[in-house]
Ligand binder design. Structure first.
Ligand code: FE2
Length: 189
């Protein structure tokens, strides 16, 4: 399940409705696309894009996105840690960061201008849109696995601009699901 935490306030939200409402208040769109699509999570990128074509086209029309692709990383991906190091420091982009998670998990920290830092752990089925110029950073969870559809307004614009605020140093890149929902006896064995 997706999990949202506001560490400063000691608050944790776990229902999609609560998470969507809280993030909407921060200007972040969070949504969930139904799993009715008959496509394997390890299908080739073009099949993934085809399966979600209707949703992608609707998003493109609404947000002015012109292209979509599928990013796929796991623990064996060459240069993974260097890639992650570009995005696990507080930064912003000149275009929206739009991600639909196909498989795996990831942890976004979002630093709204006038409210507390929010940690949101996304998983398969989650769609998140972080508007341009929003301060944020990203980490993978311990399994180092994520596959996601990305949408772009301008692929040239997707460069991280670092804030160097140091705020990111105050937050642990620990996926909340693991911390807050201990494995059941069956899963732990
Ligand atoms: Fe980013």
């Amino acid at each position: 399940m997706a999990v949202l935490k506001i560490p400063e306030h000691g608050r944790t939200l776990t229902t999609r409705e609560e998470i969507a409402a809280y993030l909407a208040g921060c200007g972040i769109e969070y949504n969930h696309w139904s799993a009715e699509h008959q496509v394997a999570v390890d299908a080739p990128p073009e099949e993934i894009l085809h399966a979600y074509a209707k949703e992608i086209e609707a998003l493109k029309a609404r947000g002015g996105y012109v292209t979509a692709d599928v990013i796929d990383v796991n623990a064996e991906t060459p240069g993974l840690e260097a890639m992650l190091a570009k995005f696990n420091r507080e930064h912003w982009h000149s275009e929206d960061e739009v991600r639909f998670i196909v498989a795996g998990r990831g942890l976004f920290h979002i630093h709204p201008k006038n409210s507390a830092v929010v940690a949101i752990e996304v998983e398969a089925g989650d769609l998140i849109t972080i508007p341009r110029e929003t301060w944020h950073w990203f980490d993978l969870c311990s399994d180092r696995r994520i596959r996601a559809i990305r949408l772009f307004q301008d692929t040239q614009g997707w460069t991280p601009y670092y804030t160097d605020s140091g705020v990111d140093q105050n937050f642990q890149p620990v996926c909340l699901g693991q911390a807050y929902f201990p494995l059941s006896a069956g899963e732990a064995s």
